[in-house]
Design a protein around this ligand. Structure first.
Ligand code: F6P
Length: 405
């Protein structure tokens, strides 16, 4: 067995996806039989200090010397544990903390000097994602004694305090700076031979999906009338179908259901959520149905009759045709990709992810994971009595159209 060993030190402001990344890396290395452990400063802090203290932003103020020493102590404790782990059977130690200032990182470089040290900075300034992440963070036990508004305020102030000492990676010998929403490397440098480097790089940029359940909203009043777009409610049959989906997924743990902002996807998701123990609906505008512009709320027959040029042109090149004042499949692509990235970021490390979308949206999501010729994408079959189960990992690809009733 090779004796190559490595320290990976995560770095980034709070709510930038560091812990999710730590878990992803751990899982990927473990799958390849490489012993790896995460050392998280926040966990020590929460064990050793009262939650009322660590939830307060003042605990993170650079001016608060007592708290600063305490936080430094947790960092030291984790460094010692990580060092002992590598000295024994461990091969990769992941140190998960903000590590925002140069001073802290210099201390780590000095102490963790027996094996190569590799920094990973998580960058992500998407406002929407930050807000949604914070909404999720404040549901943690650490904030349970505070009201929602106070918890958000404390968390935002904590971020500001870290921002005051934040210095991006630059002088460190080995690092990658990654956009943790896009899984895209922004900048990298390596001065030393870094064990597992190729693999690490690959894990960082790969979108893995363990189980994606892709569902189309159930029957709506517009589906019955053959009308497109709008914001119609579910029919009675649609509600029955949604309840059946709920029964079908009862035993599977779904922590988040991502929907569009439209009533039909949210109501379908609600019925599924009701059968789960702990499930949240997150509505993203990125998953709204294709905007049919001036044709919204019309039937295809009406479009053919009143706007034959639109009907004809769309029929001739459905993927690229842009509805007047609306969208095409092609112009939707960017927002759908953003929606997928957001959903994956927010779903964190959970095994199951569920999206309740629309016909055109689900076609685009499917084609994100399974290559289809552009001409074929607008014709992918997206029924309302079935759903797609997608697995796309390094070792497994699965696309299954399944009945739920
Ligand atoms: O008919 C339901 C619907 O979701 C409409 O809202 C949307 O315009 C349409 O499907 C998209 O499908 P197509 O691209 O085949 O018209």
């Amino acid at each position: 067995m090779s004796d190559e060993k490595l320290y990976i030190v995560l770095m980034g402001l709070p709510a930038r996806g560091k812990s999710t990344l730590a878990l992803r890396l751990r899982d990927a290395f473990q799958k390849n039989h490489i012993s790896v452990r995460i050392f998280n400063n926040g966990n020590l802090r929460r064990i050793y200090r009262p939650l009322s203290e660590t939830s307060s932003s003042e605990f993170y103020s650079p001016e608060n010397s007592t708290a600063r020493e305490l936080r430094k102590g947790f960092a030291r404790e984790n460094m010692e544990r990580a060092k002992a782990y590598l000295r024994n059977s461990g091969r990769i130690a992941i140190l998960d903390a903000t590590n925002a200032g140069r001073e802290r990182r210099a201390m780590m470089e000095k102490y963790l000097n027996d094996y190569p040290l590799f920094f990973i900075e998580c960058v992500n300034d998407d406002e929407d994602i930050l807000n949604l992440s914070i909404q999720e963070k404040i549901k943690l036990p650490e904030f349970s004694h505070l009201g929602k508004d106070k918890a958000i305020k404390e968390f935002l102030k904590r971020i500001d305090y870290y921002r005051m000492i934040y210095t991006p990676l630059k002088v460190e010998r080995n690092y990658i700076r990654i956009d943790s929403l896009q899984n895209m490397i922004i900048d990298e440098k390596h001065s030393d031979a870094i064990p597992f480097y190729e693999r690490l790089r690959d894990y960082l940029v790969t979108d893995e999906v363990k189980n994606l359940f892709l569902i189309r909203h159930t029957e709506t009043e517009y589906n019955v009338a053959n009308r497109i777009g709008g914001d119609p409610p579910l029919t009675n049959k649609g509600q029955t179908q949604a309840a059946a989906l709920g029964r079908f997924f009862k035993g599977k743990k779904i922590s988040y259901i991502f929907t569009s902002k439209k009533i039909r996807t949210v109501d379908t998701a609600k019925a599924i959520c009701e059968t789960q123990d702990d499930c949240r609906i997150i509505s993203l505008k990125e998953f709204d149905e294709i905007d049919a512009g001036i044709c919204e709320r019309m039937t295809y027959e009406e479009i053919e009759k009143k706007m034959p040029h639109v009907f004809k042109k769309r029929g001739a090149d459905k993927y690229h045709y842009v509805y007047p004042d609306g969208e095409s499949y092609e112009t939707m692509k960017h927002r759908i990709t953003q929606g997928i990235k957001k959903a994956f970021f927010l779903n964190r490390s959970a095994n199951n992810i569920m999206i309740v979308g629309h016909q055109a949206v689900n076609r685009m999501i499917l084609s994100h994971f399974l290559y289809r010729r552009e001409d074929d994408v607008p014709y992918i079959y997206v029924p309302q009595d079935r759903f797609y189960h997608i697995v796309s990992t390094q070792n497994k690809k699965l696309f299954e159209l399944k009945r739920y009733n």
